[in-house]
Design a protein. Structure first.
Length: 248
């Protein structure tokens, strides 16, 4: 699929998912996966701020990315932490070991095979609600087109969250973010149960949860809840289709 076609398909898919009671985690997972397909990066992840202002992991394109996002939270350092606190984009940052800026984070990222990072604030009208994080296995520059595209996707995700049901007041927004964080816990539990039941890894377990939710027109959190409470077996989950996507 050409890059332009992929971008259009992503926008259509985002719009199709922004319905009443849309699943924030599912939408942001889709965004992370599409960023990897459309932009010259190897992994992507999203962190959102809780109502209390603490960053929390929400979605990623892979299990290794999830580990890095959680590490940033635990160490209180890293690209997402800086991007959220300062509200400024981090572009083309080469990871080093030792690293004075992120002494705990950078060595772990390098150990997982990543050597450069980029991070964009999720911000609308002066309010920053999180950050969209990208990692590359090779050191090198993202070109201007990639940066513009990435920021555009980050802006779309931000608008989707902040403008759901036309206008969200602070109470509703806080509830939605809190619900997303609670849902993340349930999804992690379900991934573990599916992996244990089927012998697959965590990435594959999540892929089956998400594929089943989409194929049966159910929310990702609902499917995860059914797996956790035993109503749905991990062996009965659908398998995801894997489209072949190329850049042009």
């Amino acid at each position: 699929m050409a890059r332009e076609s992929l971008l259009i398909a992503t926008l259509v898919e985002l719009a199709d998912n922004l319905v009443d009671d849309f699943d924030v985690i599912d939408v942001l997972t889709m965004l992370s996966l599409r960023c990897v397909e459309a932009i010259d990066v190897d992994a992507a992840g999203v962190m959102l701020a809780s109502p209390g202002g603490e960053l929390q992991f929400i979605a990623s394109s892979s299990e290794s990315m999830r580990v890095l996002e959680l590490l940033q939270i635990q160490a209180d350092e890293g690209p997402c932490v800086d991007c959220y606190k300062d509200g400024n984009a981090i572009i083309n940052h080469e990871l080093k070991d030792p690293d004075e800026r992120w002494p705990n984070f950078s060595p772990r990222a390098i150990a997982l095979g990543f050597h450069s990072v980029h991070c964009l604030p999720m911000r609308l009208r002066g309010r920053t609600i999180g950050a969209l994080n990208f990692f590359r296995k090779e050191v090198g520059l993202l070109d201007d087109e990639d940066v513009i595209l990435a920021q555009g996707l980050a802006d779309i995700a931000t608008i989707a969250i902040l403008q759901h049901r036309t206008s969200l007041d602070a109470k509703t927004l806080n509830y939605q973010l809190s619900h997303a964080l609670d849902s993340r816990i349930i999804i992690e539990q379900a991934k573990g149960k599916v992996a244990q039941a089927t012998g697959c890894d965590m990435d594959q377990a999540f892929g089956r949860l998400r594929a089943h939710a989409r194929n049966h027109n159910q929310g990702l959190t609902l499917v995860a809840t059914l797996v956790v409470d035993g109503s749905l077996s991990g062996n009965d989950l659908d398998y995801p289709s894997v489209p072949k996507v190329g850049r042009s």
